[in-house]
Design a protein around this ligand. Structure first.
Ligand code: PMV
Length: 344
């Protein structure tokens, strides 16, 4: 396998409804996006193999002979999702990371190497391998959130549209290909602190906050029902319902204390153009989504994107429901992706 180029991609994702409530045992709906992150492992005639992760600015080179001679039996011992410290030491030796390497880069490269040696040498991934990827992505989430629900890693691994409830995942059967704007307010936020803030508010005002979480749960269920209906027979009224659900959830999230002035601005700018938005994910800044209803003229979409960009936000137009983590053939990628992989 090291004689061939390995190309892997994973989709971006958003939570449509149920962020924060999902941490308290309620339903969340999450969808993958047609915006992907790529990595490439490319062998060269000089006996080296290059790892390129352009989205996080990482490039490394290893000796093919050294990787091939590596005894990987150590990976078969014990629980594959929690490598022992000896396994980590061996991986570090192979990775040959310089001492001044940033912690995030170190972890990304070690996690890649571990997964590569365990499963990437295959051409296709059976369900068990995808489960392993999902578990590793969950460990990555734990480092950022502390105690994540697991919804984010699941949707990026499996793709499509997922319902997530108390660790149980099911795919939405027929979900429509909705167009959305994904806007990054660029306001940094701390997911761990925001999740803790909601928990504190729930403890302080249980009679007020518990019904909000129950209502968010009902919004997720109603959205799931409408998406199912739209998958069978789409009608304009269903978009009106989706918009109302977005507005109600955004108000609830504000009441939970995870709003931000930048997100209010995002909602106002899109509302002035008849479009409905809500925060997605932890809130407190970060990203918001805007539903683009069918029939909206492209100049109007462009004007909205422009208005959001003028606020200092990054705005991308995309659709929901992309495939999960995937292996690609070297020839199947469009030239912009090739350039990004080459361009580091
Ligand atoms: O901000 P994100 O995309 O990492 O999403 C966080 C979602 C929460 O519901 C707030 C936390 C979780 O673990 O589900």
């Amino acid at each position: 396998m090291l004689s061939e180029v390995l190309l892997v991609s994973a989709p971006g994702k958003v939570i449509l409804h149920g962020e924060h409530a999902v941490v308290h045992g309620k339903v969340a709906l999450a969808v993958s996006l047609n915006l992907r992150t790529f990595l490439r492992l490319q062998p060269h005639s000089n006996g080296k193999v290059d790892l390129s992760l352009p989205n996080i600015g990482i490039k490394r080179a290893w000796d093919v002979a050294r990787l091939q001679s590596l005894d990987t039996s150590f990976l078969e011992q014990g629980d594959v999702t929690t490598p022992t410290s000896e396994q980590v030491e061996k991986l570090k030796e192979v990775a040959g990371l310089p001492d001044d390497c940033a912690v995030t880069e170190r972890l990304a490269v070690l996690a890649f190497l571990y997964l590569y040696l365990s499963i990437c040498r295959k051409q296709r991934w059976p369900k068990e391998d995808l489960e392993l990827i999902n578990k590793w992505a969950f460990q990555g989430e734990r480092m950022i959130h502390g105690n994540p629900s697991g919804v984010d890693n699941a949707v990026s691994t499996w793709g499509g549209a997922l319902r997530y409830h108390q660790g149980k995942i099911s795919s939405l059967k027929r979900s429509p290909a909705l167009q959305i704007l994904l806007t990054n307010t660029k306001v940094p936020r701390n997911t761990r602190a925001l999740v803790a803030g909601v928990r504190n508010r729930l403890l302080k005002f249980p009679e007020i906050v518990a019904p909000l979480l129950t209502s968010i749960d009902a919004i997720s269920l109603e959205c799931e029902r409408v998406l199912g209906e739209m998958g069978e027979a789409p009608a304009p009224e269903q978009y009106v319902v989706l918009e109302e659900l977005i507005d109600m959830n955004q108000h609830h999230l504000n009441a939970l204390g995870v709003g931000h002035a930048s997100l209010d601005q995002l909602c106002q700018v899109t509302r002035a153009r008849g479009l409905h938005s809500k925060l997605t994910g932890a809130g407190g800044g970060g990203c918001g989504i805007t539903l683009l209803k069918p029939g909206l003229e492209q100049p109007e979409v462009e004007a909205t994107k422009q208005a959001l960009t003028s606020c200092g936000f990054d705005c991308l137009e995309t659709s929901i429901g992309a495939p999960g983590v995937s292996i690609h053939s070297a020839t199947s990628l469009d030239s912009r992706v090739q350039q990004a992989l080459d361009g580091l």
